[in-house]
Design a binder for this molecule. Sequence first.
Ligand code: XMP
Length: 514
Amino acid sequence: MERELVIVIDFGGQYNQLVARRVRECNVYCEIYSYKTDLQKIQEMNPKGIILTGGPNSCYEEGAPTYTKELFELGIPVLGLCYGAQLMQHILGGTVEKAPVREYGKTETSLDTTSKLFDGIEENTIVWMSHFDYIAKMAPGFRITAHTKDCPVATAEDASRKLYAVQFHPEVLHTVRGKEILSNFVYHVCGCSGDWKMESFVENSIQAIREKVGGGKVLCALSGGVDSSVAAVLLSKAVGKQLTCVFVDHGLLRKNEGDEVEAVFGPNGQYDLNFIRVNAQERYYKKLQGVTEPEEKRKIIGEEFIRVFEEEAKKIGAVDYLVQGTIYPDVVESGLGGESAVIKSHHNVGGLPEHVDFKEIIEPLRDLFKDEVRKAGLELGIPDYLVFRQPFPGPGLGIRIIGEVTAEKVKIVQDADAIYREEIANAGLDGSINQYFAALTNIRSVGVMGDERTYDYAVALRAVKTIDFMTAEAAEIPYEVLNKVMNRIINEVKGVNRVFYDLTSKPPGTIELE
Ligand code: XMP
């Protein structure tokens, strides 16, 4: 499938994925590669444009990440951002030095609006700066197209060679016209037409899956999360009843979640797939009896999942393909794409491939960012409440109950969590908080209800704002909302007499409370 491609070359900046996402929001497909990627490989991909990201280094220092000069001689437009801009100048004969004044934050900038990069943008605008070094002297052939009070070369260009150096970060939302600048680059400089659309992605994927699978048998582990749901529906649209989905209800799901998943994907739902629900609650509770250590719980839940899935797979017999809901950030983070090789220890269906008899893995969402997976989900007609589900850990409520997991405690945390979610939605806060849930502490304390003494559990409420889930801050929930949630939980959930709000950021905390 031919499609226009813009390549992001990653120099270790914290916004590398954001750059690619923003380009895709302009309907241009974009992939991230490490700066260690060969020029020949880049050339073979025939990109319409190349973007060099920011990074933590100084380009004039020994051993700093760099790239071959030939990159700038291919005739392919290059946009350097922050470190990428400095590196471009450094390589092409300019001078980069420690700046007399460090710029950080929202900064007023004056643009030369004759630059193609600034088509349709006013002369004075706010951009997001974050740099110690600056371009002291431009490389031959370049002209200045923007400056700030402290930065004489905020942007520079050699339009004849289609080379653009931008000291600020157009990819972050604080740069007011950032999206337009990136859009101008891909459309007006690179000449893209914008052929990356979710409806064509869905159509093309269905076609490609049909061709690949032929008459083969496909197996998918469906968790009800966004990724596995979208993957399953895509497969079901492509190969119908050749697909079997196994949904393991481990008894650690949110309130009513098992039934909701079944309602959509089960025999009475809207999709044509062989849906198998395994009610493994008792099995899990038994395995978890007496276990209090969080890592041990995770291990038990993960292993039990494999056992249950294996048993189901055995009943189905050998399959040709196993579906996995891998998405693009997983690919980048596992070091296959970009430079920032952060490998998550999280596992949902960890180890599955070794345990099931199949020929090949299909990863239909491998190219998509999370927001694109959601768009594809909507395109496929999956209900909103499934598509916009918050992240939910594979081990489920097992890691939202401190100490031993029991059926009784699961019920408490499910009920408290349902109330919390309902009130957050009622207050209209669900769009602005990235993740929120109730957890059950192992504290029991004395309270008084009516005239009775109680000795009950304390529920902890968590709510965070985050971009990447690697760092997070506690969300500022209005006091009235928290108060209402507290009142409702204590009145409606038996076994709870105290409610705490967790203010901890990550680090030092984690998002989950395990
Ligand atoms: P932590 O608690 O590590 O969580 O700050 C970061 C994000 O990851 C989610 N999480 C998981 N997701 N499998 C998953 O798919 C897991 O085992 C797992 N553990 C944590 C967590 O909900 C948060 O969004």
